[in-house]
Write a new protein. Structure first.
Length: 242
């Protein structure tokens, strides 16, 4: 299998670390969390850092070494490592696993299926997977660079500008190939590529059930485009809730 293709490196990792700090999912997911927790696709620590501050015993992994580096600066004591989800080999099993904003990102559809299996196997008996997924109607079409960039400025006055381009679309596989360009006011410029596959509820629920999850509940996410899949792993007979 090929390596995942994501653009979360270099200046894009800096963008996430500086500007994507809001974490409304923390309170939304709290009722389903039980330590130890794995933030699978932790990025720069958007969810991991506030969960750690709230007292959870939490580890994190991400496919991008650059994102892990930035997460480690914010959570120096946490256990963090670099891994795509379809190659997940965690150091322990977890009472709950959070996978937020990462499913289908940079991976093939077969890799996504393997990722679900690995997440299931990383849970303790009766452990819970909390996986969110954006499920907007399919609308992608190839297009050239965005006319106006998204601009944001760091606390020390460096402006970041991002442009994006849709290079190709595979409607059958619901796959989008994109390029992002980042430029800063201090003269840095980078381009990175990304592939993204869209999954929907009528595929995800059967996938989770086939993988062995005992129950799958679908909840409303942090915004109207996002659904949250709360999937419980089977437990030993003595461990099942009464």
């Amino acid at each position: 299998m090929r390596a995942p293709q994501t653009w979360h490196h270099g200046l894009i990792a800096d963008w996430w670390a500086n500007f994507n700090l809001a974490a409304p999912e923390v309170e939304l997911y709290r009722p389903y969390l039980r330590s130890p927790v794995l933030d699978a696709g932790c990025g720069a620590g958007r969810l991991l850092v506030p969960l750690l501050a709230a007292g959870y015993d939490i580890d994190g992994c991400d496919v991008s070494a650059d994102m892990i580096l930035r997460c480690r600066k914010r959570a120096p004591g946490a256990t963090l490592w670099v891994s795509p989800l379809h190659e997940l080999v965690p150091p322990r099993r977890y009472g709950s696993i959070v996978a937020s904003g990462v499913f289908g990102l940079g991976s093939t559809r077969a890799q996504d299926g393997e990722a679900v299996r690995r997440l299931h196997d990383a849970l303790e008996p009766c452990g819970t997977l909390i996986l969110d997924n954006e499920e907007s109607p399919w609308h992608w079409r190839p297009r050239d660079w965005s006319h106006e960039p998204e601009r944001k400025t760091t606390l020390d006055g460096v402006e970041f500008a991002l442009w994006s381009r849709v290079d190709a679309v595979d409607e059958h596989d619901r796959c989008v190939h994109m390029t992002i360009r980042a430029q800063t006011s201090d003269g840095r410029r980078e381009e990175h590529e990304l592939t993204m596959r869209q999954w929907y509820r009528d595929e995800l629920v059967p996938l989770l059930e086939r993988t062995g999850f005992a129950a799958v509940d679908v909840k409303t996410g942090a915004d109207e485009r996002t659904l949250v899949y709360v999937a419980a792993r089977h437990g030993d007979r003595e461990a099942l809730p009464r």
